[in-house]
Design a protein around this ligand. Structure first.
Ligand SMILES: O=P(O)(O)OC[C@H]1O[C@H](OP(=O)(O)OP(=O)(O)O)[C@H](O)[C@@H]1O
Ligand code: HPA
Ligand SMILES: [Mg+2]
Length: 167
């Protein structure tokens, strides 16, 4: 684990589903109308599916970016841009677009995607303090030195008892 991260925050599928639904509730109670979701791959694909189902949004676009190799942050690469007809929804800048990602950490990814869609609403399930100012709506904040373990990155395995005895 990168030394920036001192704490773990493991999230189960059930917890992630619940938190993504909570995000959809928050977005539904706002005053914005969304014609499309732009999800930030790959992590944004899962919450985007849940939010789209809850909010009855059927137009889903992707913006494809890569920056982390597991927990090592590298150079940010945009692999696929947002289509021009989606960027124009609600006027230039994408006012009627909802951007969804799983989390914001340093805010580097969010900054790049926001610059593509300056009028869009940016939503994440989890947020850390450095990236929080870039997000309009989120559900749970964790400290900057916490690594969030997402359910698709984990598998079931043996955990030794707290006492340290094997059995
Ligand atoms: O705020 P930042 O410091 O930019 O970090 C947040 C981004 O990092 C992760 O994506 P990652 O680049 O690891 O790719 P993935 O979604 O394909 O896992 C996460 O899904 C966010 O998109
Ligand atoms: O805390 C995190 N967890 C998973 N992926 C991430 N990408 C940036 N920060 C994180
Ligand atoms: Mg991502």
């Amino acid at each position: 684990m990168d030394e920036r991260y001192q704490k773990n925050f493991p999230v189960s599928w059930e917890q992630f589903h619940r938190d993504s639904r909570a995000l959809a509730w928050r977005l539904t109670n706002g005053d914005r109308h969304f014609e499309a979701i732009v999800c930030v791959t790959r992590g944004g694909l899962v919450p985007a599916a849940i939010v789209a189902r809850e909010m009855s949004i059927r137009v889903i676009e992707t913006v494809c970016v890569a920056s982390y190799d597991y927990d090592k942050q590298g150079e940010l690469k945009v692999l696929k841009e947002v289509a021009p007809h989606i960027r124009a929804l609600g006027g230039e800048g994408g006012r009627n677009v909802l951007i969804v990602d799983d989390l914001v950490d340093t805010g580097k990814t969010a900054r790049v995607v926001r610059d593509m869609l300056p009028e869009a609403h940016f939503a994440t399930v989890y947020a850390k303090p450095a990236g929080r100012p870039l997000v309009d709506t989120f559900v749970t904040e964790v400290s900057q030195d916490t690594w969030i373990f997402l359910p698709w990155d984990m598998g079931l395995q043996f955990t030794p008892p707290i006492s340290g005895h094997a059995g």
